[in-house]
Design a protein. Structure first.
Length: 239
């Protein structure tokens, strides 16, 4: 009987040890650890939920030609985005709604987007993922972590698209996002540099975007206003 008791005790210790190992391994996941740190820096999970649906207005300075305009951005995470670009003499709307997308020029009939054009628009959705959205997507997608000089790089890849988030090692801010896709057999990169971080309604938000396409500086955007927690109508991403 005494021997049986010893065996039971040993088995119990082994089970507890194995359970403890599983919990330690889970807690030590470096991607989860980094995302949790970022969520805290950005205002916490409850505040970050406000950026799941928002509307922002940006002053826009086009770099490839001497032109200024305004960009109205409406977001519904994780797969809906509408960008209305308004210039003095023209307008353009770009819309992504899940697996589909379209453009509208000067209020005319919508033109469906396909192939690389649609994928480029999807990358614009991905670059706006918050740490909280990335944490949720990690449940069903692979996010890898690499370390560079001054940055931890989180990379999300799938469906031929790759989005790399450069996380400042000191501030835990996403300072840069680089999205890549295959366009006609060659890789095309879209880079956005974020800056001027400020807290709005309890959540950290960048207030400047310096944008590049294929290495060409295309536009500089400066935030004018933002409304978080907005309830968009279905027409927002359908018309």
């Amino acid at each position: 009987m005494q021997r049986l008791g010893v065996i039971k005790y040993v088995l119990m210790v082994m089970v507890l040890a194995l359970a403890g190992c599983g919990q330690s391994e889970k807690a030590m996941d470096p991607v989860d650890a980094l995302l949790d740190d970022m969520i805290g820096v950005y205002g916490g999970a409850e505040n970050l939920k406000k950026l799941n649906s928002y509307e922002s207005i940006w002053d826009m300075s086009v770099k490839v030609r001497p032109e200024k305009g305004e960009a109205v951005v409406r977001v519904a995470q994780p797969d809906k985005l509408r960008v209305d670009l308004n210039y003095p003499n023209k307008s353009e709307s770009r819309v992504v709604n899940g697996s589909t997308g379209f453009k509208v020029y000067n209020g005319n009939a919508r033109q469906d987007s396909r192939g690389p054009m649609l994928n480029a628009m999807k990358l614009q959705v991905m670059r706006l993922y918050t740490p909280l959205v990335l944490k949720e997507l990690k449940k069903t997608n692979t996010i890898t972590l690499t370390k560079g000089e001054g940055y931890n790089v989180l990379t999300l890849a799938g469906d031929g698209l790759t989005s790399a988030y450069f996380v400042n090692q000191e501030t835990k801010h996403i300072d840069r996002v680089v999205g890549t896709l295959n366009m006609g057999g060659r890789e095309m990169a879209f880079r956005t540099e974020y800056g001027d971080f400020k807290v709005v309604d309890g959540v950290l938000m960048h207030h400047s975007e310096d944008k590049y396409a294929g290495g060409v500086n295309t536009a500089l955007l400066t935030l004018k206003s933002i409304k978080v927690g907005v309830e968009h109508t279905p027409d927002t991403f359908n018309k």
